[in-house]
Design a protein around this ligand. Structure first.
Ligand code: XIL
Length: 299
């Protein structure tokens, strides 16, 4: 196969990119997206501050542009994200107790409902764990306790029953304290029938990332009965070192039957969120990098 999407499809997987609505006017950006990728994650356009800037006032336009372009080309869409401690509008942080609970539930119902049937996987909750494997102590955790996560998953299941529901986090690139905290939550959810279908591994990696237990970590989650996805991959460094890390991540996913797809967190180094780095598969002129070739070969 000669594109990332076609190569991934040979084993039934998708290959996606984060896409920003603000770049859709740039033809090289759109052409690269269309040619290479079979899935998309809106980079910011579905986040709470964009989609519900004031209580119960919804702004679906920017994400709609991405979703409709994707669907017209047969791509799948990852929804990102309902409940996260960042990019959250100010009005939410003033709420408490049942009012906060109701605002979260309404947010999920309205946003999931708007794209019902159109989203392959939703990142229902993002980045809710600390590095030591305990719950992140942000205001929703402090005010509602541990139960907010399972409540979000139950609400999302009712709102869009056909979407796969994922928990998503970073620094989970091996068997470590954080991934083990998440693993224990997922095991508990599966044992009690809380609806969770997948775990996302962001995989924002440094150049010298130690990936010695990356595959084993994916596999232990898969063995709990959930799919795993690489959701926000990007890799520091350049040249052969960067390419080797991309290759290793690709090989790990392919070695795990339930690893269903990979998403890179952007198309071109020109627009990476890691502003001082060149962590993506295409350079600033949309030329394929060594990392691109490594991924294509490994798929
Ligand atoms: C980042 C976006 O790429 C930036 O444009 C934005 O300014 C901040 O958020 N983890 C996530 C993503 O789950 O939503 C973040 O995306 C990167 C880290």
């Amino acid at each position: 196969a000669s594109t990332l999407g076609a190569a991934a499809a040979q084993s039934g997987r998708y290959y996606g990119a984060a896409i920003a609505q603000g770049h859709l006017g740039e033809s090289a950006y759109v052409n690269t997206w269309n040619t290479e990728f079979t899935s998309v994650t809106p980079e910011n356009e579905m986040k709470w501050d964009t989609v519900e800037p004031s209580r119960n006032q919804f702004n679906f336009g920017p994400a709609d542009q991405i979703v409709s372009r994707a669907r017209s080309r047969g791509m799948s869409v990852r929804g990102h994200t309902f409940v996260w401690y960042q990019q959250i509008p100010g009005w939410v942080s003033g709420l408490n107790g049942n009012d906060l609970r109701a605002a979260i539930s309404n947010h999920i119902n309205q946003v999931a409902g708007h794209w019902k049937g159109q989203i392959h996987s939703w990142d229902v909750v993002n980045e809710a764990f600390e590095e030591n494997g305990t719950r992140r102590q942000w205001f929703v955790q402090q005010r509602l306790g541990d139960g907010y996560i399972e409540e979000a998953f139950r609400t999302a299941r009712a709102a869009d029953p056909n979407a796969k529901l994922c928990y998503n986090d970073y620094n989970t690139d091996g068997v470590n304290a954080k991934s083990t905290g998440i693993y224990n939550m997922v095991r508990d959810f599966k044992s009690r029938g809380v609806p969770i279908d997948c775990v996302g591994f962001q995989s924002h990696l440094g150049s010298g990332a130690n990936l010695s237990s990356y595959q084993a970590n994916l596999q232990r989650f898969a063995d709990l009965g959930v799919d795993v996805q690489i959701t926000e991959l990007d890799v520091g460094g350049s040249g052969s070192g960067q390419a080797a890390t991309y290759r290793a991540v690709t090989q790990a996913c392919l070695a795990v039957t339930r690893c269903t797809g990979i998403t890179v967190w952007g198309v071109t180094d020109k627009y990476s969120w890691r502003s001082s780095a060149t962590p993506l598969l295409f350079d600033g002129n949309y030329n394929k990098k060594q990392a691109y070739t490594a991924v294509l070969d490994a798929l």
